[in-house]
Design a binder for this molecule. Structure first.
Ligand SMILES: Nc1ncnc2c1ncn2[C@@H]1O[C@H](COP(=O)(O)OP(=O)(O)OP(=O)(O)O)[C@@H](O)[C@H]1O
Length: 453
C-alpha cells in the first residue's frame, strides 16, 4: 500500500491522530481533515484510493444523517470513490444502510487495529483494480449487456417459466397471482423480454398506490389546464407503453370507478387524456398482478372485483407459489443472492452453513423471496467469515401458521404482535427492536406509526 493515498475525515482530533499514527506505517500518504465542508475541495484536488468518513459530526447526534449526506456528496463528485464509514460500535443497521447507499465498507469505533488495516487494504486494492479495468474499452459494453437479462432461479418455477415461454409471443392478457415478494414483477418482465415487443417499452405502474385523483391522469395523461397542476400536455403511462407492454401491479386495490375507467380503455383500445375529447389509439400488451383473490370479498376490498374486467385481464392466469411451498428453491435462491451480494459489496462470503440452510427450509418466509433476498443481503454485509452461519440471521420463530384466507390481514396482525413483543422485551429501545426484527430504524418507526403503537 506504499503507493496509496488516504483521506480520513472526523471531527474528533484524537481519532484523526490515532488513525494516522496507525496507518502511516503501512500507507504511502494519509491526509486528515476535521471539517467535512472541505471534502469537495480535497476531492477535486487529490486522487484518493480510499476515504474514511465519520457518520456523526455533531456531538450527541447519532442519526448518521450527516454521514449519509457527505457520502452522497463524495459519490456525486467521484462515483468510483471507495468510502469507508466509521460507525459507533453496535450500530450495525447503520452500517448496512451505508453499504447499500454506496459505501465500500465500514469500521466500528473503537476499532481493532488489524481489522481496520485489513478493511483499508481491501478498499485500496479494489480501487486500484477497478482503475485498471477502467482502462479496458470493452468494459462498459460488457456491463451493459449483462444488465438486460432477467435471472429467475428455482426448479419449482419451471412450470411457470414454461408457460411464460409459451404465451410470451402471443398478445394474450396475463394475470399473475401470488403473495407479496413471490416474483410477480420479475415474471412480468420476463414475459416482455421473451415477447415480440421486447424492443419496445415495458412500463410498470403500481396502480394500488395511485390516489383516485391521480389515477386517470397518470394512466391516460392530461392536457394543459385540465387541473391546477397541469402546466403542460402530458402523455399517460398507456401512451408511453405504446407498442410494448404495460404492467399494472396491485390491480386488486382498484376502486369501482377506477375499474370502470380501465375497462373502457381496454374495450376501446384507446385513451383520452384528462381534459381532452380526442381519443388516441394505443397498442399495448397488458399484464396485471395482484396478491388478492379477486373472486373474494375482504375487509380491504368490500366490493367484489368486476367480473367483466376480470375476464378481460385474465386470459392466462399464472400462479406463483409462496416460498414456503417450494423449499427446494430456497438453497439455489440463497446461493444466488449470496454470490450476487458478495460481489456487489466485495465481501469475502462464499457459502452457507448446512445448519443455516436447514433452518431456512423450516422457516415460513412471510415476505417470500424478497424477505430471503434482504436477509441474505444484510447477512453478507455483516458477515465476518467466509460462511454464513445461523447466528448471522434472525428468524422469527414465533410466526404462527397462516391460513390462506385473508392472509394480508393476518400478516399485519402478526407483524403488530411481533413488534409489540419486541418493544416489551427491549423496553422500547428502537435500535434493539429494529435489530432483532431485521428492520431499519426508519422502517420500524413507519410500522409503529401504522399500528399506532
Ligand atoms: N425466482 C426468483 N429468482 C430470482 N430472484 C427472484 C425470484 N423471485 C423473486 N425474486 C426477487 O425477489 C424480489 C421480489 O420480487 P418481485 O418484486 O418480482 O415480487 P412481487 O411478487 O412483484 O412483489 P409485490 O407483490 O410486493 O410487488 C425481487 O428483487 C426479485 O428480483
Amino acid at each position: 500500500m506504499q503507493d496509496a493515498k488516504l483521506l480520513i475525515v472526523d471531527d474528533d482530533p484524537d481519532v484523526l491522530l490515532a488513525a494516522r499514527l496507525l496507518l502511516k506505517r503501512h500507507v504511502g500518504a494519509v491526509d486528515i481533515e476535521k471539517n467535512p465542508e472541505k471534502l469537495p475541495f480535497l476531492l477535486n484536488n487529490n486522487r484518493y484510493d480510499a476515504i474514511v468518513l465519520d457518520m456523526n459530526f455533531q456531538r450527541d447526534v447519532s442519526s448518521g444523517r450527516e454521514g449519509f449526506a457527505w457520502l452522497d456528496r463524495i459519490l456525486d463528485i467521484d462515483p468510483k470513490a471507495r468510502v469507508i464509514l466509521f460507525t459507533a460500535y453496535g450500530d450495525v443497521e447503520m452500517a448496512v444502510r451505508a453499504i447499500k447507499a454506496g459505501a465500500a465498507d465500514f469500521v466500528l469505533k473503537p476499532w481493532q487495529n488489524d481489522k481496520f488495516l485489513e478493511t483499508i487494504r481491501g478498499a485500496v486494492t479494489r480501487k486500484q483494480e477497478s482503475d485498471e479495468t477502467d482502462k479496458s474499452p470493452d468494459d462498459k459494453q460488457r456491463l451493459k449487456r449483462s444488465a438486460g437479462s432477467v435471472s429467475i432461479i428455482g426448479s419449482a418455477m419451471r412450470s411457470v417459466l414454461e408457460t411464460v415461454e409459451r404465451v410470451a409471443p402471443t398478445d394474450a392478457n396475463i394475470l399473475i397471482l401470488g403473495e407479496n415478494g413471490t416474483g410477480k414483477d420479475l415474471i412480468a418482465r420476463a414475459m416482455h423480454e421473451q415477447s415480440n415487443r421486447r424492443d419496445k417499452p415495458f412500463v410498470s405502474v403500481d396502480v394500488g398506490a395511485l390516489t383516485e385523483s391521480l389515477f386517470e391522469s397518470e394512466l391516460f395523461g392530461h392536457v394543459k389546464g385540465a387541473f391546477t397542476d397541469a402546466r403542460d400536455d402530458r402523455a399517460g403511462r398507456f401512451e408511453e407503453a405504446n407498442g410494448g407492454t404495460i404492467f399494472l401491479d396491485e390491480i386488486g386495490n382498484l376502486t369501482p370507478a377506477q375499474q370502470a375507467k380501465l375497462l373502457t380503455v381496454l374495450q376501446q383500445r384507446q385513451v383520452t387524456r384528462v381534459g381532452s375529447n380526442k381519443a388516441r389509439p394505443v397498442d399495448v400488451r397488458l399484464i396485471c398482478a395482484t396478491n388478492a383473490n379477486l373472486n373474494e370479498q375482504s375487509p380491504d376490498r368490500p366490493v367484489r372485483f368486476r367480473q367483466d374486467l376480470l375476464y378481460r385481464i385474465n386470459t392466462i392466469e399464472l400462479h406463483l407459489p409462496p416460498l414456503r411451498e417450494r423449499p427446494t428453491d430456497i438453497g439455489p435462491l440463497a446461493d444466488y443472492f449470496l454470490k450476487k451480494y458478495a460481489k456487489q459489496y466485495n465481501r469475502p462470503v462464499t457459502s452457507l452453513s448446512p445448519a443455516l440452510l436447514a433452518e431456512m427450509k423450516q422457516y415460513r418466509w412471510p415476505g417470500n423471496v424478497r424477505e430471503l433476498q434482504h436477509a441474505i443481503e444484510r447477512a453478507v454485509i455483516l458477515a465476518q467469515g467466509t460462511t454464513l452461519e445461523l447466528t448471522d440471521f434472525i428468524f422469527r420463530k414465533d410466526v404462527p401458521a397462516a391460513s390462506p384466507v385473508n392472509e394480508t390481514l393476518q400478516l399485519e396482525d402478526m407483524e403488530r404482535q411481533l413488534i409489540q413483543q419486541a418493544m416489551q422485551k427491549h423496553r422500547g429501545s428502537i435500535t434493539d427492536v429494529a435489530r432483532e426484527l431485521g428492520l431499519s430504524r426508519q422502517a420500524l418507526y413507519r410500522r409503529l406509526e401504522k399500528f399506532g403503537l
